[in-house]
Design a binder for this molecule. Structure first.
Ligand code: GLU
Length: 263
């Protein structure tokens, strides 16, 4: 009898404390919910020029931000309906899972591991991993990093690919690209390994840094959603935007305007 009462107590506690419902009370992710809310909440980078950054007036800007605005326009038929939330490579998935954002447009590559836990749109850009080194560095390619130290940004796909390609590399991680570049300049490691399009922004801004030309991977950037049928309508709308702007040349024009490689 005592055991039964105790069990009942635990069941009631579980129900009333909301432990059975880890998600927020109102699902906020379906297209209908977003339409009712009157704005779409999109996570974008601010440390990843020219994909996601703040312009000199403090506004969100970049290739990813422009795509996010196109998505907002498609959903609401007008501008100004996107609420931007800054994300980094290391916190973007946490912000997606905790429903702080409806979707992420943040230089995120489709990878087999990520496909198990999130839904992706069609790709809207293809980058490739490369190396950023100090001017005059002896590092000429990935293989030269064997037995040396290299920097990655936490939450990026580079850590796994670097470990797989260079088994004897020492890996140092930073939370943001700005910190990673600082580390490289201070000589904490020999190179940063990440997407060439992201590293290029730093090489262009700083003459003491050089981007090596070789690409070591294909990084298809796509919009990320929480996994499940609740995202289906949203994925459809976003794919429509991507496919149309791909075919009508809008994405090409943006790539040209931002000085990023064509794909
Ligand atoms: N595209 C890579 C990734 O998805 C790295 C770029 C980033 O820092 O977001 O992990």
């Amino acid at each position: 009898m005592y055991k039964k009462i105790l069990l009942l107590f635990f069941v009631l506690m579980f129900v009333f404390c909301g432990c059975s419902k880890p998600k927020k009370d109102n699902p906020v992710n379906t297209l209908d919910d977003i339409l009712k809310r009157g704005e779409v909440i999109i996570g974008v980078k601010t440390d990843t020029y020219p994909f996601g950054y703040k312009d000199k007036n403090g506004n969100f800007a970049g290739y990813d931000v422009d795509l996010a605005n196109m998505i907002g326009r498609e959903i609401f038929g007008q501008d100004g309906k996107v609420k931007f939330v800054p994300v980094t490579a290391s916190d973007r998935l946490m912000k997606l899972f905790s429903e702080d954002v409806d979707m992420i447009v943040a230089t995120m590559s489709i990878t087999p591991t990520r496909l198990q836990i999130i839904d992706f749109s069609n790709p809207y850009y293809i980058a490739g991993e490369s190396l950023l080194v100090r001017q005059g560095s002896k590092i000429k390619g990935l293989r030269d990093l064997n037995g040396k130290k290299a920097i990655i940004v936490f939450g990026t796909s580079s850590e796994a690919s670097l470990r797989a390609a260079v088994p004897n590399v020492g890996i140092i991680g930073y939370k943001t690209y700005d910190e990673a570049v600082k580390g490289l300049k201070q000589g904490k490691a020999e190179a940063i390994v990440s997407d060439d399009t992201i590293l290029l922004g730093y090489a262009l801004k700083d003459a003491s840094l050089v981007l090596l030309p070789k690409r070591y991977s294909k990084e298809p950037y796509a919009v990320a959603f929480r996994k499940g049928t609740e995202s289906d309508d949203l994925v459809r709308v976003v794919n429509k935007v991507i496919d149309e702007s791909f075919h009508n040349g809008t994405l090409r024009k943006l790539q040209k305007d931002y000085g990023i490689k064509k794909y």
